[in-house]
Design a protein around this ligand. Structure first.
Ligand code: FES
Length: 140
């Protein structure tokens, strides 16, 4: 698989500034009974193929990256590179990969396998269940 790199400045890479935004409507998701539950009526950005949103705050046990690929499949990952800096990941549009926002750009397939960079382990993918107008992602 060919690795494509997101175009980011060296300073964005050094400081680990993610290209992926948090949801525009912070009230459009909740963490309940071990699941991240996302309303697609409120988090409209996740209805456009080729987008991703990052979910993180003190109510979640870990940071989660949710991707809606060009293939119209939802995927979710623990948003934590396995390399020593444990930086956030970004979706790489036009591919089915996610990539660390750091200088070293470790890159992972849709099932979490590393295909580029120094990360020693895969990243953890989570199954996404589409239930009506909601996404359910079991984290714990
Ligand atoms: S923290 Fe991801 S490659 Fe270093």
């Amino acid at each position: 698989m060919t690795v494509k790199f997101l175009q980011r400045s060296i300073w964005q890479r050094i400081f680990g500034i993610s290209a992926t935004d948090k949801p525009q409507d912070e009230n459009g998701w909740r963490y309940e009974s071990g699941k991240l539950i996302i309303s697609l009526e409120q988090i409209r950005e996740l209805t456009r193929p080729g987008t991703a949103v990052r979910f993180e705050d003190k109510t979640l046990p870990e940071r989660i990256l949710v991707v809606f690929g060009e293939d119209e499949q939802y995927r979710a990952f623990q948003n934590r590179c396995t390399h020593i800096g444990h930086r956030r990941l970004d979706y790489v549009p036009g591919t089915q990969t996610v990539q660390c926002c750091s200088v070293n750009k470790s890159t992972f397939t849709a099932d979490g396998k590393k295909i580029h960079g120094p990360a020693p382990l895969p990243v953890r993918p989570y199954p996404v269940e589409v239930t009506g107008k909601e996404l359910h992602i079991r984290i714990s």
